[in-house]
Design a protein around this ligand. Structure first.
Ligand SMILES: *Cc1c(COP(=O)(O)O)cnc(C)c1O
Length: 408
């Protein structure tokens, strides 16, 4: 039967666990494609480069490849992944602002020609390769309300752009445009609007000063996803911004679309969405290994925890919707714990669950981004197996080999 299956329904989850064991990250490639297409409709004319960082997995790349997607890479491991899958370098940009010479050479050897810098020293690193590389200057706009403020670590203030352009010109290095990243899981599109406005001004100023004509503006990633259904997500629950309700992407992007219309027509607009593409496309499935009644609460010990898919709990205060699979009954406040012998390995110490038995399954939703990617094998508990489904119609579950790692 060449139909797509829904891997998020209980019967399918049970079937996949029987076949592939536990714990699992179940990735629905059809949902990956739907997310990509939805963002494309919300940002017409913007070239989407999927940022590999939130889920650098071959299944995501293979799902997006036939749609003509482009890719945003930052490391040699990510380059190796693209090489292994036969993705053309012309579809990739390299956006790590801080690079060693060998990182630059690795990317150039693959064939990438667009890079990101944010200091004069970083520009100087391109002098030996100036014939082969065009640069984007990354700007920083502080974003205290983004869950992950990426403008503290990277980017230069807008007022520094003229001197960086001057420096590039003196060294014969070509600057093609500007880039920014408002911060991951951005809550307010006003950040993009303000950044685009400043970039438009810098564009015309550079042209007036004879410092160059930009032809690329990269508006970064950050597009948000709803981590909890709006009815269960009061912003005042103290859980941080990830738990807040977010508008549909079409609505979120409306002011961004309007702001982009003010740019000169020669400027190609690109974006680097990560989380938005993969977060809703995957669920985490774990199994109760044991249980204990302690100080008035049931503790359930899962085979996955904060050193696994739930690593986002600590790195970005993510609050995933969690439910018990196939177990009903009165709900009681319980503790959901990870498997390692470490006391911080607790997923939630106050969660409503039915009475769970050993062998029961627990499902976390919206778990595609910054989960498997940031998991480690602490205590030698292996990372959850990634099972992708719907790579093509009729694909009922595939475990693809990991074609790259940190130490290629
Ligand atoms: C992490 C990152 C992204 C992806 O950000 P999301 O918030 O996941 O969309 C894009 N670009 C750069 C440079 C990044 O570091």
């Amino acid at each position: 039967m060449n139909a797509f299956i829904d891997p998020f329904v209980p019967a399918q989850i049970g079937r996949l666990m029987e076949r592939y064991g536990s714990p699992l990250l179940i990735l629905d490639c059809e949902r990956v494609r739907q997310q990509y297409l939805a963002l494309g409709r919300a940002l017409p004319g913007v070239e989407l480069h999927y940022a590999l960082k939130p889920l650098p997995h071959p299944a995501v790349v293979r799902a997006l490849d036939p749609l003509g997607a482009k890719f945003d890479l930052a490391t040699g491991g990510e380059i190796a992944l693209m090489r292994g899958l036969g993705i053309a370098a012309a579809r990739c940009i390299h956006t790590h602002p801080v690079k060693r010479d060998r990182d630059i050479r690795e990317a150039l050897d693959f064939g990438i020609d667009t890079f990101v810098v944010d200091t004069a020293e970083e520009i100087s690193k391109f002098v030996p390769y100036r014939e082969r590389a065009g640069l984007l200057i990354r700007l920083s706009f502080r974003s205290p309300d983004a869950v992950v403020d990426l403008s503290r670590k990277f980017g230069c203030g807008p007022q520094r752009v003229p001197e960086l352009l001057q420096h590039a010109r003196e060294h014969g290095v070509r600057v093609r445009g500007l880039s920014f990243h408002v911060g991951s899981q951005a809550i307010d599109p006003a950040k993009y609007v303000e950044a685009i406005r400043v970039c438009a001004e810098l564009c015309s100023q550079a042209q007036e000063d004879g410092l160059g004509v930009f032809d690329i503006l990269d508006i970064g990633g950050g597009f948000p996803v709803p981590y909890r259904s709006p009815e269960s997500a009061p912003a005042a629950d103290g859980q941080g911004a990830v738990a807040r309700a977010v508008p549909p992407i079409e609505e979120f992007c409306a002011p961004i679309r309007a702001a982009l219309r003010a740019l000169p027509s020669q400027v190609r607009i690109i974006a680097e969405p990560g989380r938005f593409i993969v977060a809703p496309a995957a669920i985490g499935v774990a199994t109760v290994m044991g249980r204990a009644y302690r100080e008035g609460r049931w503790w359930y010990y899962l085979d996955d925890g904060v050193y696994g898919l739930y690593s986002g709990k600590h790195y970005e205060h993510a609050v995933y919707p969690i439910e018990a699979l196939n177990r009903k009954g009165p709900m009681q406040i319980s503790v959901l714990s990870g498997p390692t012998c470490d006391s911080i390995d607790v997923i939630d110490d106050s969660i409503e669950l039915p009475d769970l038995q050993i062998g029961d399954c627990v499902v976390g939703r919206v778990m595609g981004a910054y989960t498997w990617a940031t998991a480690c094998e602490f205590n030698f508990f292996p990372k959850p197996t990634v099972v992708s489904v719907n790579l093509q119609p009729g694909d009922e579950g595939t475990v693809l080999p990991i074609v790259a790692s940190n130490n290629v």
